[in-house]
Design a protein around this ligand. Sequence first.
Ligand SMILES: [Zn+2]
Length: 169
Amino acid sequence: MKYNSLLLIFGISLFFVFEACSQTPKKMEKDKNPTKPSIVKTDEEWRKILSPEAYHVLREKGTERPYVNEYDDHFEAGMYVCAACQAPLFESKAKYNSGCGWPAFYDAIDKSKINEISDFSHGMRRVEVTCKACDGHLGHIFPDGPKPTGMRYCINSVSIKFIPQEKKN
Ligand SMILES: [Zn+2]
């Protein structure tokens, strides 16, 4: 009788151990997937293809200077791709003059191509935007944009590259 009970306890313990082992890798994989970039390079590789300022913003989540950057006051027709991996991110028709000193868009071309991540750095509560393909930092999103979305994608010029409409066709 005592032997049987011990066997039962041993069996139950073994079941839980196996359950725990089989679930751990699955859970980790699930948690990692939503922000897993498809383009992965080492810091050295990124430094070779990006300017020092672009590297600082895209890879170290830096912020370029307001007003004196390339696209704040740029309103030509075309689209903006990721400066690091060329993924199409924003269109000129969604760009507007927010007065904040950085290029602002009220929408992204395709939300599945960007990540929106809670950012609590510098004592502020903000939403960071990154390029999903390469995990590069683009800027932040604020809920004070114009209609129809009411959102402001405040993006660093060095994180994006403008492609004029003529070249796209
Ligand atoms: Zn990218």
